[in-house]
Design a protein around this ligand. Structure first.
Ligand code: SF4
Ligand code: SF4
Length: 396
């Protein structure tokens, strides 16, 4: 199956709260409204939430346990055999289940809950070729994708397509960050091709308590939006969420890659409670690669936002230097230091820090470059409105 979705795909939104009884009625109606492939008796159904790290539901880092419960009940109600699995970035899986409220929410339900462990090699297409993905994700009869609506310092937002990066297991994640993380477009393409290989039947996003600011970890800020959204096409859902937040879908790197791959076309057909959100705080993205290859390292060092420790917050727990794919972090007496020549700006350290002790910081040269770029865009926009055109470059 090539994973192509006919356009325009339908996206359903519903107002919602974290109330078990309401969700038990709402979630089946929402999923059925997407026109997803039906769940049949005996089907092995993989439910893939966002289990980033152990965190209480009010931190908005992970898919809410009551949303997960409603989906599990729905699968059981249709005669499916559900498994809930993910590959958390840090912490023990048991701790995650307890702290995140999943152990309690799923108690008494006939569902397997476990971390991804076994992998199979899958050809996801050029330029990546065969990569190792979670066996359960690849071999399930049907996959239900359950992302959390959050910002992401490297990819702007982490929505439906990005959530399936969790199907890359354990230490392979930082390795892929290392190989693709220096080029956001390439990384977005990797995410889209993983999504296409996993081919979820439906994506349901938990946007009841979302995250804005410096997401997707503890440095982000919870923000109540009060919506669930669902679609058979994750790229269509991602585009609709962009519209909801006032973001141009083509500015979301994963959506630009999905458009280029032909997975979605045109505007999604949005239905239900589409309630636009104003003033949603997004992280500022800087290009990770630009200019001639010989200059890229220099430009990345001086122009791209870099991770920085927030004074007084670091507890030297070691999560960041253990996850850093470039080995660019060193512990000092009271905080951590960064080797910005080695750092590839993947921001995994910010994502993984359990104490919200890291942030992205602009370099002076980067700030100046962004102001110039903003000025250029404003001039171009005004020229466009006045019916003027910039002189075309001559092709050589
Ligand atoms: S920056 Fe965060 S993750 Fe790194 S050592 Fe300090 S507290 Fe731990
Ligand atoms: S220091 Fe942080 S941003 Fe830089 S490579 Fe390491 S994990 Fe990525």
């Amino acid at each position: 199956m090539d994973g192509r979705i006919p356009a325009p795909a339908a996206v359903e939104f519903r107002r919602a709260d974290y109330d078990a009884r309401t969700l038990a009625a709402l979630v089946p109606a929402l999923l059925d409204g997407t026109g997803m492939r039906p769940i049949e008796h005996g089907m092995r159904v993989l439910i893939k939430p966002n289990f980033l790290a152990p965190a209480a539901p009010e931190r908005a880092m992970t898919t809410h346990p009551l949303v997960l419960r409603a989906v599990v009940e729905h699968v059981l109600g249709r005669g499916g055999r559900p498994t809930v699995a993910d590959s958390p970035g840090r912490g023990s899986f048991e701790h995650l289940l307890n702290k995140g409220g999943y152990a309690q929410a799923l108690a008494g339900l006939d569902v397997a809950v476990r971390p991804f462990r076994e992998t199979v090699k899958v050809d996801i297409g050029a330029p990546f070729g065969r990569i190792e993905l979670a066996r359960e994700a690849v071999e399930a009869d049907l996959v239900v994708n359950l992302p959390k609506l959050k910002t992401h310092t490297m990819m702007l937002l982490t929505l439906g397509v990005k959530n399936l990066f969790g199907c890359v297991v354990g230490l392979a994640k930082p390795e892929w960050h290392m190989r693709s993380g220096i080029d956001r477009k390439l990384f977005a393409r990797l995410l889209v091709q993983i999504h296409r290989a996993v081919n979820p039947a439906v994506t349901l996003i938990d946007g009841i308590l979302a995250m804005e600011g410096e997401g997707p970890g503890r440095s982000g800020t919870p923000r109540r939006i009060g919506l669930l959204g669902a679609a058979a096409s994750a790229p269509a859902l991602d585009a609709a969420i962009c519209r909801l937040l006032g973001v141009r879908p083509e500015d979301l790197p994963t959506h630009a890659a999905a458009l280029a791959a032909g997975l979605v076309a045109g505007e999604p057909g949005i239905r239900g409670d589409f309630l636009p959100v104003s003033g949603f705080h997004l992280p500022v993205l800087a290009p990770l690669t630009f200019g001639p290859p010989r200059l890229q390292r220099l430009m990345r060092r001086h122009l791209v936002q870099r991770p920085e420790a927030i004074r007084g917050r670091c507890r030297l727990c070691g999560e960041c230097w253990r996850c850093c794919p470039a080995k660019a972090i060193t512990p000092h007496a009271e905080t951590v230091g960064f080797d910005y020549d080695r750092c590839i700006r993947c921001y995994c350290c910010i994502e993984m820090c359990p104490h919200a002790a890291l942030k992205t910081a602009e370099t002076p040269a980067g700030r100046a470059a962004r102001k110039l770029a903003g000025l250029r865009d404003r001039v171009t926009h005004r020229m466009g409105r006045a019916g003027l055109r910039r002189p075309r470059r001559r092709a050589h």
